[in-house]
Design a protein around this ligand. Sequence first.
Ligand SMILES: CC/C=C\C/C=C\C/C=C\C/C=C\C/C=C\C/C=C\CCC(=O)SCCNC(=O)CCNC(=O)[C@H](O)C(C)(C)COP(=O)(O)OP(=O)(O)OC[C@H]1O[C@@H](n2cnc3c(N)ncnc32)[C@H](O)[C@@H]1OP(=O)(O)O
Ligand SMILES: Cc1cc2nc3c(=O)[nH]c(=O)nc-3n(C[C@H](O)[C@H](O)[C@H](O)COP(=O)(O)OP(=O)(O)OC[C@H]3O[C@@H](n4cnc5c(N)ncnc54)[C@H](O)[C@@H]3O)c2cc1C
Length: 672
Amino acid sequence: MKANRPKRDVHPDLARERLKCNFNIEEVTNIIDGGKDKTLERKKIEDIALNNGACLDEIPDECLSIKERYENAIRKSCIYSNIVRNEMLEITGMENFESPVLRRTADAFFKDISPFMLHLGMFVPTLIGQSTPEQMAEWLPKALDMKIIGAYAQTELGHGTFIRGLETTATYDPDKEEFVLHSPTITSYKWWAGGLGKTANHCVVMAQLYTQGECHGTHLFIVQIRDLDTHMPLPGIKVGEIGPRMGFSSADNGFLGFNSFRIPRQNMLMKHAKVEKDGCYVKSAKHGKLTYGTMVFIRVTLVSEMSFNLSKAATIAIRYSAVRRQTELRPNEPEPQILDYPTQQHKLFICIATAHAFQLTSKWLWDTFQAVMADVRKGNVDALPELHALSSCLKAVSTSDALSHIEQCRFACGGHGYMLSSNLPFIYSFVAATRTYEGDYTVLLLQTARFLVKAWEQAESGNNVTPTVAYLNRTANTKRVVWDNTHEGIIQSFQAIAAGKIGQCVRSIRDRIKSGMDYEDAWLMTTVQLVAAAEAHCRAVLVNTYWNEMIRLTKSSSANVKTVMHQLAVLYLMYWALEKTGDLLKYSSVSKQDLDDLQRRYEELLAALRPNAVSLVDAFDLRDEILHSSLGSYDGCVYERLMEEAQKSPLNAEPVNPSFHKYIKPLMQGKL
Ligand SMILES: CC/C=C\C/C=C\C/C=C\C/C=C\C/C=C\C/C=C\CCC(=O)SCCNC(=O)CCNC(=O)[C@H](O)C(C)(C)COP(=O)(O)OP(=O)(O)OC[C@H]1O[C@@H](n2cnc3c(N)ncnc32)[C@H](O)[C@@H]1OP(=O)(O)O
Ligand SMILES: Cc1cc2nc3c(=O)[nH]c(=O)nc-3n(C[C@H](O)[C@H](O)[C@H](O)COP(=O)(O)OP(=O)(O)OC[C@H]3O[C@@H](n4cnc5c(N)ncnc54)[C@H](O)[C@@H]3O)c2cc1C
């Protein structure tokens, strides 16, 4: 079902915007992609996806029933995974099956979510990260070849956050050399796993391991849940879909219960711990939390995912704002483009800057992750706590910021932004889930806070701390940093805010303990401050990393590209400095006059960026097939597309709906 859309001329307002551009768009695209070769590779992969049946559905997905929507998503997922398997992976290399470029081409097929996403997103990474070489040889080729389709079933009805509280049991039976999986209570039912409800025939299950009468905590098991031929649930398995949700509509999130269901001993994923044939438990992991590895991996990838989603929303809202005109400024003058309103620029330019900040930071985080994992493979787990703290706070803050900026993009599009055909509601509901899944915002910031409190205590006693908290060595014992309105000054102020907040948390905890509380209660009473301190630390990491990476990556850029990239980074620093004026007043010597100057410079910067705004979103290089938006297409023919999409409403299939004769007419005639 491929709809042929008429090719239209570019809207004159957008054409004029593009003439104003004063920088080389391709250079900026190359920076975002990670180099010219990467841009070429991305385009090649996108061409493959889009020339091979990426579908603009004749009937919009949102007009289908739940069942039809799922079936359409499965149809497209099969086409898509065939292309990935047969063509795209040849370009990226099999080892790069998680490449963000592959992930992004999926959006040309699915406005919502592919039911296969969790197979590639979590099942396969878990096999890679948690299997022994023998297990990997057994399962991985089948999974990559789609001979088996998996889900990641960790969360239960009763527990998502507190993994140690999961109730599903896996009890070893040495006589049969099998594990018996059981769901002892309703709250122990697995709940939420994407693709589990109807699609997957296998899944990774997290369960409490019992052997020789002892519980050894949560471990991962690979479990076949459906017959590969008939797809019927196997005896002892109760599986289904959890029902309609805010988003993720076609991902068949599922529930799963076990009734003394048996799996072979070899199905425990044994990279970090194993159960011998006789039931003896042997732990080889050098760190107790290595079984949580897939979650850390996904948290790392989510930062780049947030950049992508934000760049989509910003492209839609900025192109629309260049075409939309509203309200005469002076009598008899043409209405201005809404993009000319500084309030609109304030809502939107931060979205462009944030997409850059997240993209550049995500590359740095990915390199850090790879380096730490290389160490872990050699048996050195020293850097794991810092990676966990860093990936936790960056996941929390990037998903939360992306969500609020995407909501601003919707506000920026007025009523039309509320239309599903704008795609903004889909982007918003997808990103809304990311703030919760893979670790809730608050919970992850509290994980970072544990690390920060320890780091502060180390710095306070004069010991050197790890790189991402090195600023504590400089600032832990300083009261207020001297305000300086350069970029270095603003970055140092963010570090001072973080250090000040962490120090305040430590003092609060100590004071509470002094007044008779035990440590747990003192910590609990301080958690509101601890969350704020972890957020402040994350902002300090973000501003510093974005700035340094921007400077590094533009070293050989042309002058105008340097200027515009510099402007975006300064805008990002200023925006957050102005958002955090209360903190600046508390932890730096900033004066009212300094803040007034900052506000004025920020407003001047919005005006300076205005002529390049459309070209900056063009530089994200998002094809219309990936944007799926009546408001954001390259040609800017917004009104024609809105009308075209309206025609597709099933309610327009007939001039008079039967409910008129059945209900309205009798009501009008007093016969109801
Ligand atoms: C066709 C296909 C198309 C496309 C697909 C292609 C590609 C897809 C690629 C990308 C897609 C992008 C994104 C989407 C992909 C998938 C996501 C979709 C859905 C989401 C799935 C899920 O949600 S899975 C479930 C996730 N669940 C969670 O995250 C639970 C959160 N809870 C926890 O993590 C933990 O319970 C906890 C950390 C909150 C607490 O754990 P625990 O109680 O065990 O620990 P303690 O608090 O006691 O802490 C003890 C010490 O351990 C440290 N710690 C904790 N965790 C870790 C860790 N992970 N690593 C290292 N250290 C850790 C903790 O800090 C403590 O340390 P101390 O020194 O302070 O003692
Ligand atoms: C769209 C979607 C897809 C998902 N896909 C999967 C999947 O494929 N596989 C899978 O296993 N899971 C999946 N999940 C589950 C997801 O990982 C959990 O929902 C998430 O980790 C949050 O856990 P929870 O639901 O138990 O929330 P809760 O922990 O119950 O959180 C509720 C509230 O309590 C607060 N809270 C909880 N604990 C603390 C604490 N210690 N301190 C302070 N506040 C706290 C939270 O901040 C939150 O405000 C998915 C969820 C969604 C929404």
